[in-house]
Design a protein around this ligand. Sequence first.
Ligand code: SAH
Length: 457
Amino acid sequence: MSRTTRAGRAKGYVYLIGAGPGDPELLTLKAERALSGADVILYDDLVSSQLVGRFAALKIYTGKRKGSHHFEQDAINEEILRHAREGKKVARLKGGDPFVFGRGGEELEILRKNGIGYEIIPGITAAHGASAYAEIPLTMRHLSSSVAFCTGHPVSKIQVPDADTLVYYMVASSLHEVLDAAKKQGRSDSLKGAIVLNATRYNQKVISGTLKELRQREEPLSSPALLILGGTLNHTLAENWYSRKRRVLLAGGDSGCYKSEECLKVYLPHKPVEGARWEKVKKYLLDIESFTVLLFFDALSVVYFFMALGRCRKDLRHLAGCKIYSAGEAASEELRNQGVIADCSFDNDGSGELLARLQQKGVMHESILLPASTLLNDYPVEELKALQNQVTALGLYSYSATENSESIDLDCIDEIYFSSPSSVRNFRKLYLAIPEKITVTTATDGCEAEYQKLFGG
Ligand code: SAH
């Protein structure tokens, strides 16, 4: 008979998780669950801060971008152990897959050595992300029956294995050395190759050419960049399904008037409010039962609301006395993700018809909580008040740079959608001008007037 005891189980638990290559939707369900339950998330370079921003855990950035504190691997190991020893659930989140050029093996050794419980959750590695989003099959009958994942860094470790398709990671600074090595190993000048930059992100770029053409390139490459070489590239198209998507920057949130099938939605970096603003959020959420209606205008407000509710140690049961309304399909969909079917959902195309719609749905004499970004427009608040409602607009998150987030590269954007005058004002703080080729769409007349004022049409 084996006996176990539950005493002495204070040691934490570590999830070693792959976050995928960039598109936050490429996270696995299992990773999502582990991250939702984590006390602390230690995340690397290449993990999008927008992805980690959705989880309530304490977040520690262990990468090295933008002058942030740079963690050496030993310090990261120490940090993982420290939190685990405090009995916490630690999510160690890495770009792509932890076991593909991700130092996952080293961190695993530390966990084993120190007797910390763990599990490993794979992620979509950059090669797979790039292959799918640049439409480059890695194997193909008659063309490629083997594929090798290799590294371009350090240069002394460059290998050219005998495989039909070669994928090189870490080539931003060693492209030429990799291509020279391939040539030296007998690969033909006419062999096709593609460099995929920022695979699966809104700013993905594919540079394709023959081995010879790529060797002649002189412009420096930005990181992250991946190189794919092989016969399957003969089937690569100049345009692929992902590059054909129109990039729409939703400068004031997602009301649902753009559909994911039609475009790629891009957001400004956003983060939860802190300090005095957070204290205010807390005060209202602790008293959530005093509201009769919760009204959501966009998807992110739903995400941040439930995150904040969790931080206040409350859950869906505390909303039982509230009616939940959503304005726009994006909010309704996010509510469904959170397990809530909106009591009532009305269109919100920003057309100024809100009052009539609210009246029609009987949203009157209510005490309404309106979780939103700190940019919330006065317009819906005034409309709601005009119908004898009491309205509390609660700014849960702001559109501003997070510690390690990169600003959006407008050269990669086709259209900008401003949902409110305040979204125009906020945008003006971040960008002085909007490139000519970008189509600007404004939701209301007020919004258009603000745009004309600040960007001169
Ligand atoms: N564990 C990661 C790889 C980390 S090594 C994975 O499985 O994907 C870092 C290298 O990965 C980068 O230099 C680049 O070559 C590649 N990489 C990661 N994300 C990428 C992306 N979105 N686009 C292109 N290359 C990427």
